[in-house]
Design a protein around this ligand. Structure first.
Ligand code: SF4
Length: 206
């Protein structure tokens, strides 16, 4: 899609915050446009910075494996990050960096038009669940402005700690259920308009 290609070119040339000076490559994101599911991580790491592609290191391989377990391929989903350039030594992105980069993410979401946004980690979660603790709300989706927002731990957490691995894998099963529920919903909607999302009570069964 030309509009997304133009946006990615704009991101690759961006110097709106200090992260632009230290990067090897900006990492705009990749995937189909539009896409039913969009994953939003935190920021590029070493391998992503080297290649200019999101989630290509160990956490990315784990993400691909998790997608495969619920019948999805990487090429089926759009993947990006809250900040598009690597923070030095993989530190957390600063509030001013997140704010400077936010308009790019807003435009990507508008172009991708996802039915579900999966937030990976605290920083992307904060956009839709401000002031919440990820330990408390992971795996519980919320309907925000026409999009199901689904908070999860970052896959990197699952690489080193079995406890997180179990929670991430359980949350992927809940994501699969949400997808199935949404697939069923349009059939019911053919008979009644306007369209409605699946009821929240149904999702609280997770
Ligand atoms: S992180 Fe975002 S705002 Fe900062 S330089 Fe990179 S693309 Fe621009």
């Amino acid at each position: 899609m030309q509009e997304m290609a133009n946006l990615c070119a704009e991101i690759r040339a961006c110097q709106k915050c200090d992260l632009g000076r230290g990067r090897t490559n900006a990492v705009p994101g990749e995937g189909p446009v539009p896409a039913r599911i969009m994953f939003i991580g935190e920021g590029p790491g070493y391998h992503e910075d080297q290649q200019g592609r999101p989630f290509v290191g160990a956490a990315g391989q784990y993400l691909s494996e998790l997608l495969g377990r619920i019948g999805l391929r990487r090429e089926d989903v759009y993947i990006t990050n809250v900040v598009k350039c690597r923070p030095p030594r993989n530190r957390d992105p600063l509030p001013e960096e997140i704010e400077a980069c936010q308009p790019y993410l807003d435009r990507q979401i508008a172009l991708v038009q996802p039915a579900i946004i999966v937030t990976l980690g605290r920083y992307s979660m904060a956009r839709y669940f401000p002031g919440q603790s990820i330990s408390r709300i992971h795996g519980v989706p919320k309907y925000v402005n026409g999009i199901w927002c689904f908070p999860m731990f970052h896959p990197a957490a699952g690489l080193h700690q079995p406890r997180y691995r179990t929670m991430i894998e359980e949350d992927f099963q809940k994501l699969a259920k949400l997808l199935k529920d949404l697939e069923r919903a349009p059939k019911a909607e053919e008979e009644s308009s306007p369209p409605t999302p699946p009821p929240a009570q149904q999702l609280s069964l997770f």
